[in-house]
Write a protein that binds this ligand. Structure first.
Ligand code: GDP
Length: 319
């Protein structure tokens, strides 16, 4: 029997952990990952794509595991030199990492599609799982705060998520064209897994590209999301703040509402088990498990459990 086709929607840190779990799972050779490009920005004339690189570096075991982003054994000579020139250096870009950004920028200038560039960066790191982009166009998350609109990296890195968020917009999304191979991948999948990523600025940004959410709504695939909340809290990052700013509750139900047009099931942490009944009452299938991923075993186990559960629920629905 052929293996089921699995597609993972992934942001940065939570997405990369799920990607590693998928790569270590028994489903690894029939999967693809759709990454987030709306955190992208230009620094020192170079195009930086933090979420895509976090996924690739993690899969290549080249990630700085303490930080969850950037390269391991990194140095910062170039950044220190830029600082001496008086450049803003709040975006910490290491020397090895900068080589990726130089290559990406060079290839973009040559007119190569960003999707193909992402594949080249993955190949350089011997990552064999296809990394797909929602679009080859530029879509950038903008965050409205008391102090006005900020780019996502200004909000996330420079301001360390401190300002209150009034609104989020995905600039360029309305006119962006979905990559046809990404839409095709979703349509031909058996299971679509939504990583425990930020539902607003990571997954929401992917879904903002016209055609992507429609493909997820139209696919025959079973769609399952792993909640990024554990004991009602985010592990890291502003998901709580952003859920609130969207008028949603900071709990499994709030995450569900981000995906309610297409979701079949949710995986929630054992510490949030009391929320399972309310989710089931909406018609969702709910898997309660340990969702905190530290070791590669945790990651593999959670992704295998998630996909096994999705496939068994899908079978029951068809029967
Ligand atoms: P970012 O772009 O780097 O912020 O990364 P993501 O959007 O992919 O992920 C951020 C979310 O991942 C946060 O809301 C975290 O709570 C969640 N997260 C990180 N590690 C884990 C984990 O091990 N388990 C679960 N369930 N969520 C996680």
């Amino acid at each position: 029997m052929s293996k089921p086709t699995i597609t993972l929607l992934a942001g940065g840190v939570g997405g990369a952990k799920a990607a590693e779990g998928l790569a270590a799972s028994r489903y690894a050779d029939s999967t693809a990952i759709i990454g987030n490009i709306a955190d992208d920005d230009e620094f020192h004339g170079l195009w930086v794509s933090p979420d895509i690189d976090t996924v690739i570096y993690s899969l290549a075991n080249q990630i700085d595991r303490k930080q969850g982003w950037g390269r391991v054994n990194e140095s910062h000579q170039v950044l220190n030199e830029l600082k001496a020139f008086g450049e803003d250096t709040w975006m910490t870009l290491g020397d090895l990492d900068l080589a990726t950004h130089i290559m990406r920028t060079k290839l973009r200038y040559e007119g190569i599609r960003p999707s193909v560039i992402a594949q080249r960066i993955a190949q350089r790191h011997r990552v064999s799982i296809p990394i797909l982009l929602p679009t080859d166009d530029v879509v950038q998350t903008q965050v409205k705060t008391d102090a006005g609109w900020l780019s996502f990296q200004e909000f996330f890195v420079r301001e360390q998520c401190h300002p209150d968020v009034l609104e989020v917009q995905f600039e360029g999304a309305k006119s962006a064209q979905a990559c046809p191979e990404t839409v095709q991948q979703i349509l031909q999948s058996d299971v679509v897994v939504i990583a425990p990523s930020n539902p607003i600025v990571s997954i929401g940004a992917i879904l903002s590209v016209p055609g992507i959410q429609q493909a997820i709504e139209n696919t025959q695939a079973y769609v399952i999301a792993i909640s990024p909340l554990i004991n009602g809290k985010t592990i890291k990052g502003p998901a709580d703040k952003l859920l609130k700013s969207a008028g949603l509750s900071v709990d499994s139900m709030g995450v569900f509402h981000c995906y309610e047009n297409f979701l079949d099931a949710m995986v929630i942490d054992s510490s949030d088990e009391s929320e399972a009944l309310a989710l089931k009452n909406t018609g969702l299938d709910v898997l309660v498990s340990q969702t905190f991923m530290q070791s590669i075993k945790d990651k593999q186990s959670l992704l295998e459990q998630t996909i096994d559960y999705a496939l068994s629920c899908k079978k029951l629905r068809v029967a």
